[in-house]
Design a protein around this ligand. Structure first.
Ligand code: HEC
Length: 258
């Protein structure tokens, strides 16, 4: 390998190497910043703090989580409620007037707030301590109810948004890796090793980009987006660091091939 005619970074003038090192620092810094931005961007898709797989699945596939109140009522809970009241609560929860009708005076005793007070609050108050009660999920106030009443329906980004985003990202990320891979091959570090890292990162990028589309159909591919993206990021960072290192380390013994 040492006999190959590849240009060596170490053979370049000092200021040339400084320039390359500064550019790669800027490049990696930009990636770190956009990594943080991505976190914030997808963070709250599922209204639960923190970036979770659910946020990613929501962004690329969509997520529907039914309202816990609907689920409980449909499952026959509680078995003490009159069936017409269960039906009335379900009709209300499935309507688009959940907040307006919650304590609608026109509904009298049939207002959801009244039914809940009669049928649920024996067990679902903050102060409930008796056996068979459930103070963990209070249903006393509208704020309590509201959180449990909504079905979370996260819509995925439309195909045109994905295409526009990919138009910006795929070529840029690929070119960055091509340039870093070439610079990496000009360092004192093993070309074989750099080659393995570049190949893994490149495969990661391809899998990541392809999975943006596949995840629309198959939610499990959201994991491929994350794993592929991480492999790309890790490989890019590693090669970038090696390039910076090679530029700032003393040139040492000149490369025999130069
Ligand atoms: C006799 C007491 C009792 C009554 C009355 C009762 N619940 Fe419950 N509820 C429980 C208990 C205990 C649990 C937790 C164990 C379980 O899921 O069965 C629970 C769980 C729930 C959950 C699931 C919370 C979660 O962890 O996701 C919901 C939603 C719920 N109840 C809604 C209601 C509604 C609405 C009513 C009135 C229409 C009601 N409950 C009436 C005792 C009660």
């Amino acid at each position: 390998m040492s006999n190959s005619p590849t240009m060596s970074l170490r053979a370049l003038p000092f200021l040339y190497r400084v320039g390359i090192a500064l550019l790669v620092v800027t490049l990696l810094g930009g990636y770190v910043v956009s990594g943080f931005y991505l976190r914030v961007h997808y963070d709250n898709r599922d209204e639960t703090p923190g970036l979770s797989m659910n946020d990613i699945i929501g962004a690329y596939h969509g997520v529907q989580t039914p309202s816990p109140l609907i689920e409980a009522l449909e499952s026959g809970h509680p078995d003490t409620i009159e069936e017409y009241e269960r039906a009335s609560l379900l009709t209300w929860l499935r309507s688009d007037r959940v907040s307006q009708d919650y304590d609608n005076l026109d509904l009298g005793d049939e207002a959801p707030s009244e039914i809940i007070a009669m049928s649920c609050l024996d067990c679902h108050t903050r102060g409930a301590t008796e056996e068979g009660t459930y103070a963990e999920v209070p249903l006393e106030y509208w704020d309590d109810i509201q959180k449990l009443a909504v079905s979370k329906d996260i819509k995925p980004a439309g195909p045109n948004i994905i295409a526009t985003s990919q138009h910006a990202h795929a070529p840029m990320m690929a070119v960055v890796l091509i340039v870093l891979g070439m610079l990496g091959s000009m360092t004192r570090f093993s070309k074989g090793f750099i080659g393995v890292v570049v190949s893994i990162a490149a495969a990661g990028l391809l899998v990541d980009m392809a999975s943006w589309w596949i995840t629309r159909e198959i939610a499990a591919f959201a994991y491929a987006i994350v794993v592929g993206g991480m492999l790309y990021a890790a490989g890019t960072m590693l090669v970038g660091f090696l390039v910076i290192l090679d530029c700032i380390l003393p040139a040492g013994k000149a490369d025999p091939s130069s």
